[in-house]
Design a protein around this ligand. Sequence first.
Ligand code: PGA
Length: 248
Amino acid sequence: MLVSSSQRLIFSTPEAVANAVADLIIKVVQEKPSATLGLATGGTMEPVYARLVTAFKHGEISFSAVTSFNLDEYAELPPEHPGSYRSTMNALLFDHVDIDKSRTFLPEANGSEPDKSGARYEDMIAAAGGIDLQLLGIGRNGHIGFNEPGSARDSRTRLVNLHTDTLEANARFFADRPVPRSAMTMGIGTIMSARKIALVATGASKTDAIHRATQGGFQADCPASALQDHGQVTWFLDTAAAGLQRAA
Ligand code: PGA
């Protein structure tokens, strides 16, 4: 019998959510300095990384033996572009802490053989011993990574097309050009292989996605609902995302 240790933690502000998520990451790395972290991008993660940079400066955490794998990366965009997830991770975290950048990995999204690049990413994660803690945001449409509604539950790292809703939501990160329409993403199956998962959601735009993700079992139109079967997921929510707060 699967004994689930999943739990839902609800905080009154997005700042409190970010602090709690950062505290979990600090604890995981203190307990296992060579931890393999699955990292995520998106506005929700920005205060989490800011808190980790502060913790590093205060000597509370060292990333010197950490390996990281990001969930996803845009195609059609050179890694140097400020909107790429490589640039984003450098700017928010990697440039400010003692992580060895040669052990920070993102999917290779611009290769000529995406199937091979996807399989290689899976092999690299396995060779690193699997992911100890996977951070996840959630899209308004219920996506995790760039696994859009309709993604297969056993999907692995692959090239995907982004949904209109995702293109709209992420347009704010692109001043000079449209949002890329495709990306390489870990699959739902890849994410489900992580030993522990921290899903983070703040704000009223996520209330509906969180509601669908946390009840009624797996529904293909809400990829995050697969997490109900994981057993080691902590849902870090503010009151708005948890649906406990009415809009003013
Ligand atoms: P956001 O993105 O944190 O910018 O809302 C989350 C996601 O799309 O996974």
